[in-house]
Write a protein that binds this ligand. Structure first.
Ligand code: AMP
Length: 475
């Protein structure tokens, strides 16, 4: 009965034809629940790992990981990827999407045995961040441990020579961030001519991070006849445009709508003054005895400052992870946090993308994100694989509009708890939010007419100077 109820509540499997440009070959499978336990119930009786077309070596590795049933994205994606079809998948981290493409790609590699030339590769996975690249590379190793394929991970912030060396030695699978891969490609360090499958993981983030030009340049080096899989948490117009240029007759797979939050995550908002957030965070960590908490700040500078203050004023061990940190520092911070040597990991949205920590119990929004989707991504770091999680947001007067947007987006009202000792001072007025985001400030600048006029003036002057120089040379 329970299973039927869950099925009714969550497994609203809609098979629809969606986007006009993809006509009637497309299936949109929308499976509501976002946590593995519920997903397990929903997919039960639909598919088993042994029915997906995976070979015994892969099934053995999956079993050793303790997976008993495929998640919805795995049940849907694995057979069609093995068939060689292009896939457009709307899936967030936490849905099991990495195994959803890694397992069938490893399976496909076993179907043929082409002679590989120097620096040629068969599978390329592009990811937005180094952390995600490293995690996907780990998954490839884990699931492929009983197969003999070689893989390597390529990202910036570390020396390029070992990466070039491993490509020279020969690998079938490369997991890379676009910038460094393009550097390597421009030095003829890699040969895409034998590429069979390209995966774009977290494509929406890659576009947000401005990788579109790098991706297009890389694409121009790849064979037209290939399989392409595109994974994205959201389906913006830009993603659809990218997809329609890259994919051929894709099968569309969607699990968990982009604005859904997992029912396993309890959410709470603590109203607090902007200057007292650090104090409140320290109190929550201590009184509730939180051992492992991922804290989100809006800016890199804010992340560093909070870390320092937590250690200095409250004696709480904290580490920061963001784009200004070296790869070594980021890897160490994550490892220390996972091992329990550091109690608080303070992250910005982009750095946290792809961070996969099993059984992470607490996520704190020290500052609310500007984009409601980011709230869903942030809190989705907890409550994974059927575990219970807690997402806490410290909200000051400046952030009331952001909170309203989040509630509208997630179609839910988040519980508010006012703590006596932190009751907000009603005389404090709202201030504009500092984003620390260069793109935003650039946009604002462009909106400013004076700046535009100054820009035009500067461009004109540059052109006049050039003309001047030319006429001097002629004289
Ligand atoms: P991902 O969405 O790929 O980031 O995966 C999220 C987490 O789910 C990872 O920790 C995986 O190890 C785990 N996972 C993946 N597939 C399964 C499965 N079928 N059953 C249980 N856990 C899984």
């Amino acid at each position: 009965m329970r299973q039927i109820a869950l099925y009714k509540n969550y497994a609203i499997i809609r098979i629809l034809c969606v986007h006009r440009s993809y006509t009637d070959k497309i299936y949109l499978l929308s499976l509501r629940p976002t946590n593995a336990k519920m997903q397990g119930l929903v997919t039960r009786n639909i598919m088993k790992f042994t029915e997906l077309g995976l070979n015994a070596s892969l099934l053995k590795a999956v079993k050793e990981e303790g997976y008993t049933e495929p998640t919805p994205i795995q049940a849907q994606a694995i057979p069609v990827v093995i068939e060689g079809k292009d896939v457009l998948a709307a899936a967030q981290t936490g849905t099991g999407k990495t195994a959803g493409f890694t397992l069938p790609l490893l399976e496909r590699l076993t179907h043929t045995n082409p002679k590989m030339g120097k620096k040629q590769i068969r599978v390329l996975v592009l990811t937005p961040t180094r952390e995600l690249a490293a995690q996907v590379a780990d998954s490839v190793k884990t699931y492929g441990k009983y197969l003999s394929y070689r893989s390597t991970v390529i990202f910036g912030g570390v020396g390029v020579n070992p990466q070039l060396a491993s490509l020279r030695k020969g690998v079938e699978i490369v997991i890379a961030t676009p910038g460094r891969l393009l550097d390597i490609a421009s030095q003829d360090g890699i040969d895409f001519s034998a590429l069979e499958t390209l995966v774009l993981d977290e494509a929406d983030r890659m576009l947000d991070m401005g990788f579109i030009h790098d991706i297009k340049k890389l694409m121009a080096l790849m064979p037209k006849k290939r399989q392409t899989l595109l994974f994205s948490a959201t389906f913006s117009k830009e993603i659809k445009a990218l997809a329609s240029g890259l994919l051929k007759d894709p099968v569309l797979v969607e699990v968990a709508r982009e604005n859904s939050t997992s029912g396993q995550i309890s959410q709470v908002v603590y109203p607090v003054d902007r200057t007292r957030k650090r104090e409140l965070l320290a109190q929550l960590i201590k009184t509730k005895n939180w051992k492992q908490v991922l804290v989100f700040t809006r800016t890199k500078h804010g992340a560093n400052r909070l870390c320092k203050q937590l250690e200095e004023y409250s004696g709480i061990k904290a580490a920061a992870i963001h784009g200004n940190k070296s790869q070594g520092a980021r890897t160490k911070a994550l490892a220390d946090f996972k091992a329990g040597n550091v109690r608080v990991l303070v992250a910005t949205d982009i750095a946290a993308r792809g961070i996969d920590i099993d059984q992470l119990p607490h996520v704190v929004n020290y500052e609310l994100p500007n984009v409601p989707e980011d709230y869903v991504h942030r809190i989705g770091r907890t409550g994974r694989a059927g575990m219970k999680g807690e997402a806490v947001s410290l909200v000051c007067i400046d952030e009331h509009a952001l909170l309203r947007n989040i509630e509208k987006f997630t179609k839910s009202s988040i519980k508010k708890v006012e703590l006596e000792a932190f009751r907000p001072d009603l005389s404090i007025e709202a201030e504009p939010i500092q984003t620390g985001n260069k793109n935003n400030s650039r946009k604002r600048k462009h909106k400013n007419k004076e700046n535009i006029a100054a820009q035009i003036g500067a461009n004109l002057q540059a052109k006049l100077n050039k003309l001047d120089k030319k006429s001097h040379r002629r004289k």
